[in-house]
Design a protein around this ligand. Structure first.
Ligand code: AMP
Length: 208
């Protein structure tokens, strides 16, 4: 079972993917998380990806595809996976089609003014990965994770300068995938600007 969550940065794909992947019993493959881990570990991939990510540009297709192909070899991906943030270009979608057939693509539909607020107000816990929004879903104690108590961090690419590049890149490179998957009859759209449980329910309905 290969499921793809498609939508602009800040649409809430990562938040939903964490619980959904556990329910489906497949790994949650976030290329953004995998690349951030590579940057943190200073691996050769991380060193090549870092500047692109900081600026809000896409990491070159070849690097992302090598990383995904290797990850799909792992035993936990035997029964499929839930992709979040991949594919992001037509080249990536075509490459995925050659490796494994996609069963369903869910598009997170959301107005662009909501996105800007979500991205610039987003903070996360470096220990447990829980995501907060300072405006709509703040931590109980300002700046601290409810679970770990650790200092919340802002992703460098959630700063305003990089956010506008990321949204422009999304429109140019990733939005055309809607038509790619629509024409293959794989696409379902859900409204993604509601509260987390409402989006979660719509997502499950789209996959039923
Ligand atoms: P995300 O966490 O999904 O918003 O990804 C953060 C950043 O990682 C993106 O802005 C890109 O620089 C890079 N990235 C993540 N996934 C991909 C991908 N599938 N293709 C190219 N770059 C990616």
């Amino acid at each position: 079972m290969i499921v793809v969550l498609l939508g602009p940065p800040g649409a809430g794909k990562g938040t939903q993917a964490k619980t959904l992947a556990a329910e489906l019993g497949v790994p949650h493959l976030s290329t953004g998380d995998m690349l951030r881990a590579a940057v943190k570990a200073r691996t050769p991939l991380g060193l090549q990806a870092e500047d692109h990510m900081k600026a809000g540009r896409l990491v070159p297709d070849g690097l992302v595809l090598d990383m995904i192909k290797e990850r799909l070899q792992a035993p936990d991906a035997r029964n499929g996976c839930l992709f979040d943030g991949f594919p992001r270009t037509k080249v990536q979608a075509e490459a995925l089609d050659r490796v494994a057939p996609t069963d369903r693509v869910v598009y997170f539909e959301i107005p662009s003014d909501v996105l800007l607020l979500r991205l610039t107000q987003r903070r996360s816990c470096p220990k447990c990965g829980r995501i907060y929004n300072l405006a709509t879903d703040p931590p109980k104690v300002a700046g601290k994770c409810d679970i770990e108590g650790s200092e919340l961090l802002q992703r460098p690419d959630d700063r305003e300068e990089a956010v506008s590049t990321r949204l422009a890149v999304y429109r140019k490179e990733t939005e055309p995938l809607l038509e790619y998957y629509r024409s293959r009859h794989l696409l379902r759209s859900i409204p993604a600007d509601g509260p987390i449980p409402t989006v979660a329910a719509a997502l499950r309905k789209a996959l039923a």
